[in-house]
Design a protein around this ligand. Structure first.
Ligand code: HAM
Length: 417
């Protein structure tokens, strides 16, 4: 016998109990986002590799080491999506959504793939719920999206969720700031970690992310982008903050907030939960006013966020898994009653009664035990001579005249309660 195969490292099976919990996240996301006018979208699981290189950024960890990239039979380079924002902006441009009323508000629940070091809360295939609003640079969009994510996390019972907020400014103010930061890093080059030193040219901002003690010290006196925004950026950010303050949404202004994707401009934010340990980011996002242009479209502002379904569930209070409802269990008093039992179960379901049929050849005692285990409300005991219906709550049972009488009684019983 050969070894039994297992799911690939960093992936997991969604077993039925977990599926029920995940369904709860989906339902809350749908209700919260659709009530704000967001409509569901789904893009392909894989895209041209170029899409992520251009938007997420060549120098990011995601593009440098985490993408599942492969060549298809036609020699094209494709990549399993590591995130969904770039695909959605691609779709916006491809379908001429600029002709719709702006902003176009979309939400998704999609799988993502990143070759990361697997650990609790960090997987190689995971699911994101996300929202994107494309076509408006109004600060109200920023504040509203942050509010919607806050509501989703609160509704899911995510423990200790704190909001970090910052602004990265526009590309122009960032370019000026980058020069300042690079000068600071070069001036202290000998105290920096090797990987930070190597990235001074390509991605100096990542120095804020380093765990290295020497680098951290150097970064304490580094210039902060937030102090070098231009007047428009400052005004935009002030307006976002005013709206959040008005709603009583608490946040930490954090000029060191670095997101792992290159497309951000202006507002960026992240929710962390102390229930998550090392992988503390539960959801985050920001503006990407230059992304459509990177993809060859007209300048189009956009903003959005994504939150990991698994991280929400890890950070949420435990909640009971709802049991599936079984109104009727159809038991066989003898094998010859199979056709009749089969018909009763099928008819019951057609009438809207959740019904299950005995499928394992159990003894009568075994069938009654099983019915109790799945919390069936009624059991129909079917033989060639007749049908007996047992109310599992009261323990009472009586003969019933026909198949339809079984269903009528169960329906009546259900409505009485
Ligand atoms: P991100 O911060 O890379 O942003 O991912 C968003 C969320 O996905 C994280 O906060 C986390 O909950 C979850 N996540 C990320 N990586 C993993 C992983 N390996 N395992 C489990 N969960 C993970 C984005 O992806 C942006 N597209 C968000 C965005 C939307 N920005 C603008 N619009």
């Amino acid at each position: 016998m050969s070894d039994r195969l297992q799911a690939p490292r960093g992936t997991f099976d969604v077993l039925p109990e977990q599926a029920a919990l995940r369904h709860g996240v989906e339902q809350s996301a749908r209700r919260i986002l659709e009530s704000a006018g967001y409509r569901r979208i789904e893009t392909p699981t894989f895209e041209a590799t170029e899409l992520f290189k251009r938007t997420v950024g060549e120098s990011t960890d995601i593009v440098q080491k985490e993408m599942y990239t492969f060549e298809d039979g036609g020699g094209r380079s494709l990549t399993l999506r590591p995130e969904v924002t770039a695909p959605i902006v691609r779709s916006y441009l491809e379908h001429g959504m600029h002709r719709l009323a702006q902003p176009v508000k979309l939400w998704y629940l999609s799988s993502c793939f990143r070759y990361e070091r697997a650990q609790a809360g960090r997987y190689r295939q995971f699911w994101q719920v996300g929202a994107e609003a494309i076509g408006s640079d109004d600060p109200s969009v920023d504040a509203e999206l942050i509010l919607l994510l806050r509501e989703l996390l609160d509704e899911m019972g995510v423990r200790g969720a704190a909001l970090r907020l910052s602004s990265l400014g526009t590309a122009a103010s960032r370019a000026r700031y980058r020069d300042l930061l690079q000068a600071h890093l070069r001036a202290h080059e000998e105290r920096l970690a090797a990987d930070v030193r190597e990235r001074i040219e390509l991605n100096p901002l990542r120095a804020f992310d380093s765990d290295d003690a020497g680098t951290r010290e150097v970064m304490q006196s580094a210039p902060r982008l937030i102090d070098h925004l231009d007047a428009d950026d400052r005004e935009h950010f002030a307006a976002v903050r005013q709206l959040l303050d008005g709603e009583g949404i608490a946040y930490d202004l954090d000029g060191t907030l670095v997101r792992g994707l290159d497309y951000y401009t202006r507002t960026v934010f992240e929710f962390t939960s102390d229930a998550l340990g090392a992988q503390s980011g539960v959801g985050g996002g920001g503006r990407y006013d230059g992304l459509a242009q990177e993809l060859g479209g007209a300048p189009t502002p956009g903003i959005g966020w994504a939150t990991g379904v698994e991280r929400i569930l890890l950070a949420a209070e435990e909640r009971p898994v709802p049991e599936p409802v079984v109104d009727l269990y159809v038991a066989l008093a003898e094998p010859a009653a199979r056709a009749r039992a089969f018909r009763i179960a099928a008819e019951a379901r057609r009438a809207g009664v959740p019904a299950q049929l005995e499928l394992a050849g159990r003894s009568m005692k075994g069938q009654m035990k099983h019915a109790a285990r799945i919390s069936a409300r009624y059991v129909a005991i079917v033989s060639q001579e007749g049908i007996e219906l047992k109310d599992m709550e009261s323990g009472e049972h009586e003969p019933v005249a026909s198949e339809s009488a079984v269903i009528a009684t169960v329906l009546r019983g259900r409505h009485v309660q």
